[in-house]
Design a protein around this ligand. Sequence first.
Ligand SMILES: Cc1ncc(C[n+]2csc(CCOP(=O)(O)OP(=O)(O)O)c2C)c(N)n1
Ligand SMILES: [Mg+2]
Length: 913
Amino acid sequence: MIFDGYVHQLPDTDPGETEEWLDSLDAVVDTHGKTRARFLLSRLLSHANARQVSFPATVSTPYVNTIPREQELWFPGDEHIERRIRAFIRWNAAIMVVKANKLADGIGGHLSTFASSASLYEIGFNHFFRGKDADGMGDHVYFQGHAAPGVYARAFLEGRLTTDDLDHFRREIGRGGRGLSSYPHPRLMPDFWEFPTVSMGLGPISALYHARFNRYLANRQLDDTSNSRVWAFLGDGECDEPETLGAISLAAREHLDNLVFVVNCNLQRLDGPVRGNGKVIQELEAVFRGAGWNVIKVIWGSKWDELLAQDKDGVLLNQMNTTVDGEFQRYAVESGNYIRENFFGPDPRLRQMVSHLSDDELRNLPRGGHDYTKLYAAYRSAVENLGSGRPTVILAKTVKGWTLGPGFEGRNSTHSIKKMTEQQLLELRDRLHLHEEIPESSITADDPPYFRPSEDSIEYQYMMERRKSLGGVLPRRTTTVRRPISMPSPETFAEMNAGSGEMAVSTTMGFTRLLRSLCRDEGIGRRIVPIIPDEARTFGMDSLFRELEIYAAQGQKYEPVDHDLLLSYTEDSDGQILEEGITESGSMASFIAAGTSYATRGVPMIPFYTFYSMFGFQRTGDLIWQAADIRARGFLMGATAGRTTLLGEGLQHQDGHSLVLASTVPAVQAFDPAFAYEVGAIVRAGIDQMYGPDTPDAERDVIYYLTLYNENYPMPALPEDPTLAEEFSRGAVRGMYRFAAAPEGRARRATILFSGVAHAAARQAVDELAKHYDVGAELWSVTNYKRLREQAMATERVNRLHPTAERQVPLVSSLLSESTGPITAVTDFMCAVPEQIGRYVPSGRPFKVLGTDGMGRSDTREALRRHFEVDCGHVVVSTLEGLADLGEVDRSVVADAIARYDIDPDAVDPFLV
Ligand SMILES: Cc1ncc(C[n+]2csc(CCOP(=O)(O)OP(=O)(O)O)c2C)c(N)n1
Ligand SMILES: [Mg+2]
């Protein structure tokens, strides 16, 4: 399709000339037919293009290879040796899955995906992917997750993995946890895999933002990334995930010609065809081309070229164009005769075209994705595209299960088959021409052999030489620092510790100031990466626009509307802020790219990604999980947190549960700070844990999540007494500390734990309890229930497994035993957050929790806190109830408080409305 554009809106300055052109076209159609007319139009368009007559691009081309045969480059490799290497790899990849399922029935694995993409990878390995010994860290390759067996099989040939390693595919528990992970997991194989990909869609979006981040590093002169390309391999089914295609326009907009997507178009996903009634390659071509990408289709293998060359009437092209994927899939499983009758048969001219081919030859007319010369030409063209400003996508047509035999190839069930019979193994061996290497007698279904050529074989020598000349083996993950980072100076945090005096400010405002100070810090400043998805003004962070500047690869080509303001919207090619627009997924992908730069580039960078807390864990939880897998380091800042604090926005904005979701990710430390000095202490400790000199390496790969609120109140200063100051700061980091001792001289004692903005209700309740009920309540700030729980579980485990050793006491239990009386915890989050420590509260002490369970709603903070029962009155009531449980006050005292604070005991439960 061609975009209509503007032509109908323009005056025709020479109708006579227009008419002549149209008549000529009519004449061509009438005399030579539509195919000829199409041909001429296409020539005209490409000629116009060459004369720089710009014209709206066509978004789809006929169903043929983008690169014509005559423009294919000479293939510099040794075709025969590469085919042999591919055969060895194909064999071992299949055997490792088959064996894994023999050794442990049901352990799974995939045979057909790699079988369809072996050539896609091998062309890359032998000719394109640059390893880390090349200039500047080499290329970054995102492998399709469930093609992992093929990647392991190659590493095995290279001598990087042993037979025993392959036998531990998917067995990650035994051998000291050194199995081969099912999919690319840097968490589990930190020296091997770099990029987790298997959750569909996350690989492509991460790769895209990674390519963008490489440009950011270069533009800010932090690293020379000009020699590194990002390659992402993905499935055609995977393209249905919104993350896969949702960001592709960014790649064109930012001129990411360092990015190559290779889509393995085997026309199938897990259950069946991707587009049975359509053509996935054509659909993807239009989408990518429309987004401004360089699209290279590799549909047909070389043997089709001679048929196309004879296609004077365009009948073959027409047949290719009109055959839907469901039929193409069928041709992959049917006999040559079926193909002759059904694909070529209906038109005598087509039938004639293939009359010289036998049925077998017809069946074996290969698809482009299995043809190394076609693939080489496509990859070469992709890498030579550097400088064009356009990212490239290669759409390669393959057969799912290729070479595995009729039980696999093109079958709808092929994705899930993990076993092969002896007969199938034998057929595979024959198909791969491995008769000499794998004698028939060695093939048993129970213990089929791997095959590795000796180190003096020509195949081994060839593949190793290729990798050496391309900069070493892949994948390989390293954490060697090329450009060290230094720690921020203590002064950077001074403002946080000083408090705000009488001035009412929010923790968000405090954090914004801290972020600015960090960015100004001599040592670390340039390594800070502020990331914001179109919410800076909401968080009051627009004050940073002018000073830090917004990253824009092409600078700022306009004078901003607010140029005369002190805080104008300033873009620059070396701007520091990644202002992502409205894409939390894209922002997370940037967070991951920045947070893994210490490994992928050897250049530590520290992302601070600030978002609407509701749209963090809830919206992009899978990307956060991926960030944990990939060992990203950095800070997630959940601003406008709290179910009752962000007033006015209603239930889709008011976050009372991100801390619960955060509690599910082991690598995340989830903090709920109340005061600016807590924020400062936590951020400082986080940077130190990630990059400081004293952290054990095993503990560095953490993500700090901090909630930030938009409620203003005077921020207390850190106590002047250094011991107390140290205790507060340390306490804020380890999870809790005593914020205030109980008022003296009261008849009864109680303990109140607060987090975040709930400090206000708690502090007020202390006064009320003292004034009206003769209760002295002490106050603790609990900043991190998750950490307290995890520490407690660890001690529990040690106790369980070492029954005769001295009992360890969880930190939270020992700290709470320094307090007195019943305990009430109050939070602006769900009760489940404080309940994480429920089991560890010292026995005999009532533990009450006030939280904001239920759907959020819009009203004033006061009304919301009353509605969710977390205001001062409710804290008093809860504390008195605890005392009543202990028999220290009569239940009528609780009733008195209910009346005093005007609480309606019959109000509807907020959880239910
Ligand atoms: C988010 C997500 N959903 C579902 C899956 C399960 N899954 C794994 S592979 C697959 C099919 C993949 O099809 P395609 O992308 O076409 O890859 P192919 O194997 O055909 O190359 C599915 C659904 C997953 N890994 N991630
Ligand atoms: Mg597929």
